[in-house]
Ligand binder design. Structure first.
Ligand code: PMP
Length: 428
């Protein structure tokens, strides 16, 4: 009997080693990691330069409290990140993961308005959204099932529809395009409540299976945020660090965030690293108003060393451009191989974040009943075929629908793409 609580069941394989896009279990079986774990591993498994940077930093100094010491490696990391972030004059607050980053930027949003003498507290997020496991993240989550047990604790987030072109929430209101309808929906909430922030993923990740908003979506949303003095908060936990074929997802739309949360690919699995980023303008208000916040492990020196080494790998191996090119190839080949399958409704994505949505009826896009557990079964069958894919949970109300998400390390090779497509096809 194991004393570990949570995660893989008793029959889960025991992990032994990993290299590139491949993981081996202790029985010697190899798996192609087509999801980089939970869309985490960007630079690939077993990269010696990153592991060495982590070890070297840990040997030199593994921990020093940020309230006492500044650290050269943390400052170097923030400086290296700054020009890559879709945030003006960015200030980087390193934390230990995506949920911590989301919690931190939510608190920053509230503190920013308070510092300016405005009692704004309402956060607007999107239907079907996933922003993490902690209570503040659940507050703004649109996953009914995840929220249900904790409703007595949860607050007052408002929700608007997310851009989900396969199941457009505005089927009858397209005169100005659905981006206009989305902007109107946000504006309607802002007009009636003191909204502090709008939080969304640039490309909806696992929750809605790599939904890419239309061209006009982000510029129009940004316009509404500006008009109502609402902070635009980008959750780039999944989309950051090259995942969508740009350093950060918002870049595709040329839009800048006031606050940004990152994680996953930042540490690429070598260290649990998250980032809360504020624009210079937000930072100035926080500095003036006083912002009391901190985690024992924030501004971690080993995390910064890992993050810096990951940045170097992404840059030196040109992995962001690789993500764009390989991602386009993956979506196209998947479309060819399984796009016509009678249970595949949609294949979509941007860069190496690709979603496949399963439906009971392609003509009506009717979802399977939840009890059919289709995504779960596809994930299990793909694993049987030696390919690891990530399950999502379809429709915006979070009660039905089935998705898998593919997000292999950005160094995935052409042959490995062929293997991934074959594995998914075999699973179906
Ligand atoms: N935001 C998004 C968009 C995510 O995908 C996740 C993790 N799946 C989180 C936040 C939370 O990150 P973590 O699990 O590292 O706390």
């Amino acid at each position: 009997m194991s004393h570990v609580f949570g995660r893989g069941g008793a029959d889960a394989p025991v992990v032994a080693r990993a290299r590139g896009c491949r993981i081996w279990d202790t029985g010697g079986r190899s798996y192609l990691d087509a999801s980089g774990g939970a869309i985490v591993v960007g630079v690939g498994h077993g990269v010696a330069a990153v592991a060495d940077a982590v070890a070297a930093q840990a040997r030199q100094v593994a921990y020093a409290h940020g309230t006492v010491f500044r650290s050269a490696v943390v400052e170097e990391y923030a400086d290296a990140l700054a020009p890559l972030l879709p945030v003006d004059d960015p200030r980087v607050y390193p934390v230990s993961g995506g949920s911590e980053a989301v919690e931190t930027v939510l608190k920053m949003a509230r503190a920013y308005h308070l510092a300016r003498g405005e009692d704004r507290h309402v956060v607007v997020a999107r239907d079907g959204a996933y922003h993490g496991s902690t209570r503040g993240a659940l507050d703004i989550s649109g996953r009914a099932g995840l929220r249900a047990p904790y409703l007595p604790w949860l607050g007052q987030a408002q929700r608007v529809p997310g851009p989900y072109e396969y199941r457009c929430p505005f089927p009858d209101r397209h005169p100005g395009g659905c981006a206009a309808a989305h902007a109107d929906a946000l504006a309607a909430v802002c007009a009636r409540t003191p909204v502090a922030a709008f939080v969304a993923e640039p490309v909806a990740g696992a929750a809605l299976g790599a939904c890419v908003p239309p061209e006009e979506y982000w510029p129009r949303i940004a316009q509404v945020c500006r008009r109502y003095g609402v902070l635009l908060v980008a959750d780039e936990v999944m989309t950051g660090f090259g995942r969508t074929g740009a350093w950060f997802g918002l870049e595709h739309w040329g839009v800048r965030a006031d606050l940004l949360a990152a994680g996953k690919g930042a540490g690429s699995g070598y260290w649990p690293l998250g980032l809360a980023v504020a624009s210079g303008r937000v930072h100035a208000a926080l500095a003036e108003g006083g912002f009391t916040h901190g985690f024992t492990y924030s501004h971690h020196v080993v995390g910064a060393a890992a993050g810096l080494a990951v940045l170097r790998e992404l840059r030196d191996r040109d992995l962001v451009a690789a993500s764009a090119a390989r991602g386009a190839a993956l979506a196209a080949r998947l479309g060819e191989a399984v796009g016509g399958h009678r249970y595949v409704g949609d294949v979509r994505g941007r860069g190496l974040l690709v979603g496949v949505e399963f439906v009971a009826d392609r003509r009506t896009a009717a979802p399977f009943p939840r009890a059919a557990r289709v995504a779960e079964r596809v994930v299990a069958a793909a694993r049987g075929a030696g390919v690891l894919v990530y399950p999502g949970t379809g429709c915006a109300d979070g009660t039905d629908g089935d998705l898998i998400v593919l997000g292999p390390p950005l160094c995935v090779t052409d042959d490995e793409l062929t293997e991934i497509v074959a594995g998914v096809a075999a699973a179906l």
